[in-house]
Design a protein. Structure first.
Length: 400
């Protein structure tokens, strides 16, 4: 894909076409060539398996002792963090022209993430705190290593967000009684990254694909939207009067809707890897709207909002971006397969089931089970179909 003219640094995709394709090509192990390769696979496998384990353990079908706090931590600071780190290691290399971790260094960073997952399941709180804290610190340090010499300070937001996530994970592991506050801060850091990155990649990819120079951002809308989201998470963490949160959420709904309309999502209906991003972004509007209703006292609206954010927005953006960037940065054609479309549609149904579950008390548990199973299926499809794409590459054989 051609590089977008979008004025803010964004991830770009190399020219499509399988590396070394054609006669005389052979497979080469390439898992640790680029940041997104191991972390996207780790994220997908862990997302599918941990959600299944949580559901089976909660139902008594699996003899595991896993808490709701563990489940929330692993979705936010395990799965989502892996996607973010993989994406940023790739994007920062593009922005700066400097190589981020690869080879042994990337393998060690990936191993540290795995150790953190094991620590959360079998180790004492201090072990999980140390392992997770080190992973986030090492990831932020790797980004800073290539960003600081580049001199573009506006992108320092991303390593700063990783440091915050590391602090959140450390406190979460050491003081489980602070789960609610830490979940609010952790989700806030993730949503800040999602809002900033979606504002870069969605209009950039859309404009480049559709050849529509009029698709762009409005600067004051972007800034106001980000400030509104940060303020809402701060109010949640501090447990301030929800009526103020309702006012902010109403403003956020209007801003997010204005942002989306500026990007002309209806024009992407024939390009799956584009409309997926726009559909995922629509959950941001739904989150603000549901939070407004919750702040005004509508029953179950806040619970619905939380899952619109976690399953719909974060899950959807992660899956759509994993598909698109995995294809673009391994030299594949950036076109969705039937499996890609199926996985994303399955995830969307999972989000709808989880968000709507509180409206059907008699069917609440079955809908939760359906949502968890579909989530695991969606990311399981990615994990299986992208294993050869991310784990291997093709190179030409030398001819004598």
């Amino acid at each position: 894909m051609a590089r977008s003219s979008f004025p803010i640094n964004q991830i770009s995709e190399p020219e499509s076409g399988t590396p070394g394709s054609g006669t005389g090509a052979r497979q080469r192990f390439a898992l640790f060539d680029l940041g997104l390769r191991p972390f996207y696979l780790l994220a997908a496998w862990w997302s599918a398996l941990s959600v299944l384990a949580w559901g089976l353990a909660a139902s008594g079908a699996l003899p595991l002792t896993v808490s709701l706090s563990w489940h929330a931590h692993e979705m936010l600071l395990g799965f989502t963090a892996a996607v973010i780190v993989g994406f940023l290691l790739t994007a920062v290399s593009n922005w700066t022209g400097r190589d981020t971790a690869s080879g042994a260094r990337l393998a060690l960073l990936s191993a540290l993430w795995v150790v953190a997952r094991v620590a959360g399941m079998v180790g004492p709180g201090w072990f999980g705190a140390v392992a997770n804290g080190l992973f986030f610190l090492a990831s932020a340090a790797e980004l800073l290593r290539v960003m600081i010499p580049n001199g573009k300070t506006k992108n320092l937001l991303f390593p700063a967000a990783l440091v915050i996530m590391g602090v959140v994970s450390t406190v979460w592991n050491l003081a489980p009684e602070r789960t609610y506050q830490m979940a609010s801060v952790g989700m806030g850091a993730i949503v800040v990254i999602v809002i900033v990155m979606s504002g870069r990649v969605i209009p950039g990819f859309t404009r480049a694909n559709l050849q529509r120079p009029d698709i762009a951002n409005t600067v004051w809308v972007e800034r106001a939207l980000l400030a509104t989201a940060i303020a809402m998470f701060a109010l949640d963490a501090l447990q301030v009067d929800q009526r103020l949160a309702a006012l902010l959420a109403i403003a956020g709904t209007v801003l997010a809707l204005a942002r989306s309309l500026r990007w002309k999502p209806w024009a992407t209906r024939s390009i799956a890897l584009l409309w997926m991003l726009h559909v995922a972004h629509a959950w941001l509007i739904a989150w603000f709207a549901l939070r407004a209703l919750g702040g005004l006292g509508v029953p179950s609206a806040n619970a619905m909002a939380m899952h619109a954010l976690a399953v719909g927005l974060v899950g959807g953006i992660c899956l759509a971006m994993m598909m698109r960037t995995a294809r673009g940065h391994t030299g594949r054609v950036v076109i969705a397969t039937r499996w890609d479309v199926a996985a994303f549609c399955i995830l969307t149904v999972a989000a709808l089931a989880r968000v709507l579950a509180p409206l059907a008390p008699d069917a609440y548990l079955p809908l939760m089970a359906v949502s968890g199973s579909l989530w695991a299926l969606a990311f399981g499809i990615f994990a299986v179909t992208y294993l050869p794409i991310l784990g291997l590459d093709k190179v030409r054989r030398c001819r004598s």
